[in-house]
Design a protein around this ligand. Sequence first.
Ligand code: NAP
Length: 255
Amino acid sequence: MSGIIDRFRLDGKVAVVTGASRGLGQGMAIALADAGADIAAVYTSDCSQTCKAVEALGRRCLLIKADVGKKASAEKITAETVKSFGHVDILLNNAGIIRRAAFVDFSEKDWDDVMDVNLKGLFLLSQAVAKQMIKQGKGGKIINIASMLSFQGGVRVCSYTAAKSAVMGLTKIMTNELAGHNINVNAIAPGYMATDNTQALRDDAKRNAEILARIPAGRWGTPSDLDGTVVFLASAASDYVNGYTLAVDGGWLSR
Ligand code: NAP
């Protein structure tokens, strides 16, 4: 058995990262590359910055432009990754959107759009990648991005809460069916992180102050706060960690 630090290394591994173009996905893609993985970066807008950073670390970066909310994307992402790299070892289901409105006014479109990207897309891509991992016969790592709203209700974000609560449940059933194939499925629940996703909250002085007052660490999280957790869950160091949703939240849930 190799030393413990070596068990965190991802040399020779291939990671599919959805939503790799900015925010938390960009940070985690770069962290996985820093630990040794080549990256298949899924995005819809512009992912050039992420790829530049991955390549600067000496890893390969494959750009895959695909809307994860569309059914055909799951097969396309898996097939293009395998065609280019020969295998896939890690899937990071990070792509996500949020819509804000009062529950009584919440539109069907804002319900469907969020569910399609945050839940159905995650399900379909996990299914396609898990099939490939089973075919490869060498196990794998699937990491889903959950939220504080996997644990709590939140306000004005009902489709997001529904989707992220479901992500935590799906992480458990995927574990039950995939752990026997040596595929570890876990989730990360980030706390309140400073990205585009939370810009509206930080722009609202009252909400910003309320949120900060509740975070024991006393600050918003940053994408790099997830580096250690994502590399751990992607690596052999977490081989007996299954079905768990790990909060990285500056203590928010302890309050
Ligand atoms: P962000 O800055 O808004 O970035 C969202 C990412 O998702 C972008 O890379 C975007 O890519 C991608 N994306 C959105 N729709 C997509 C689609 N249909 N197909 C493919 N990619 C798509 O958000 P973030 O804060 O980094 O959030 C990343 C994940 O963490 C999300 O699942 C979010 O729910 C979760 N999260 C965030 C926080 C937080 O406080 N920020 C807390 C808990 C959980 P393009 O721009 O290229 O479309």
